[in-house]
Design a protein around this ligand. Structure first.
Ligand code: GTP
Length: 344
């Protein structure tokens, strides 16, 4: 029988970034992932803010190689160390010293996930070796409503997420929980939300998400637009003085038809040039005249990728962009997008 993977080092290793504010329940979730029988061999990179890495002592270590990073926050001072650690892990895997098929990075509760994510796209060698799979953000149902107001970094953690995982919901009244879930969906409509229930873990919901791949998945399939862009505004935006106008929110640009390739290219370029610092995640699925396939682009801040993806075949051709960012100028962005549209 032929070996399915004769050259394992040529296959990118998936990486999951596990984030969430201080005490949200990241380590608790990681322990559950590590102790669940799912067949994945996981190496863990732990980052603790401060000289002693307490989290790694709390981790159950069976089945996981744990690399500790201390004395700095992963998103700033030790980012170079992250690249080095990832390189070292790969080298030790290649020599057979370590056996793992994916990595989970647990960031500190104070980390902005942006620079961590960018590391995977900015460093050419890492981009070849690793595949950034997804950002998982744990949100503490008890404390998040206040923390979101007081700590801008939590808003970023929510905005960057591919999955939002709500912990401690058993201790929260139903209406307060509903309000939190609605607020999360408004800040980040891209990320499906799930409550973490003791003893239950759906590993399929957490791993192999391919959140950074150029596929046609724009919004969660179960509820494409509802209630994620509603009722904050009929236009599908969370900006502009609504009751919950958080600093970070989302904007859905939609045209039920094709867009001009040159104009949309210039539009996206201008968007990134002007607002790249404030754009956390964005993704677009566009219909281009005479193109059988969807044009897909996605990115983080100014690092964007695009490609032609799945064919339209009999699907209705339409163009949609989801932007998640900080105080984006809705009117300007809508007007610019409208200029790219081709009348049906
Ligand atoms: N009731 C309840 N407690 C939880 C839940 N998840 C985590 N906890 C508790 O919350 C506390 C913090 O959990 P951790 O997993 O250490 O949180 P963390 O995000 O890793 O914390 P830091 O590393 O300090 O940022 C612990 O006492 C956990 O037992 C949950 O879903 N329900």
């Amino acid at each position: 029988m032929q070996h399915p993977n004769p050259n394992p080092s040529s296959v990118p290793i998936p990486v999951t970034v596990l984030t969430g504010f201080l005490g949200a329940g990241k380590t608790t979730l990681l322990n559950r992932i590590l102790t669940t029988a799912h067949g994945h061999r996981i190496a863990v990179i732990e980052n603790e803010f401060g000289p002693v890495n307490i989290d790694s002592e709390l981790l159950v270590q069976q089945s996981a190689e744990v690399v500790e990073m201390t004395n700095g926050c992963l998103c700033c001072t030790v980012r170079g160390d992250l690249a080095k650690n990832l390189g070292d892990l790969k080298a030790r895997r290649d020599t057979g010293e370590l056996a793992f098929d994916r990595i989970v990075i647990e960031t500190t509760g104070l980390a902005d996930p942006g620079p961590v994510i960018q590391t995977f796209f900015a460093e050419a060698e890492l981009a070849e070796t690793y595949l950034l799979d997804a950002v998982l953000t744990v949100v503490d149902a008890v404390h998040a409503p206040r923390q979101i107001d007081e700590h801008p970094v939590l808003l970023k953690q929510i905005g960057f997420a591919d999955r939002l995982l709500v912990s401690k919901s058993e201790g929260v009244a139903a209406d307060a929980l509903d309000a939190l879930l609605e607020r999360l969906a408004r800040i980040n409509p891209r990320a499906p939300i799930r409550q973490l229930v003791a003893g239950e873990l759906d590993v399929g919901f957490l791993l192999d998400i391919r959140g950074f791949n150029l596929n046609e998945n724009l919004l969660p399939a179960d509820e494409p637009t509802k209630p994620r862009f509603h009722p904050a505004s009929k236009t599908g935006s969370v900006f502009g003085g609504t009751a919950h106008s958080d600093e970070i929110g989302s904007l859905l640009l939609e045209h039920p038809g094709e867009v001009d390739l040159d104009r949309i290219g210039a539009y996206v370029q201008t968007l990134l040039d002007r607002y790249g610092d404030d754009l956390l995640r964005y993704k677009g699925v566009l219909a281009i005249p005479d193109q059988a396939s969807r044009l897909v682009f996605q990115g983080v801040h100014r690092l964007a990728g695009f490609d032609y993806g799945k064919e339209w075949n009999d699907d209705a051709r339409g163009s949609r962009i989801v932007l998640i960012g900080r105080r984006l100028p809705e009117d300007e962005l809508r007007a610019g997008f409208a200029e790219c549209a081709i009348a049906a």
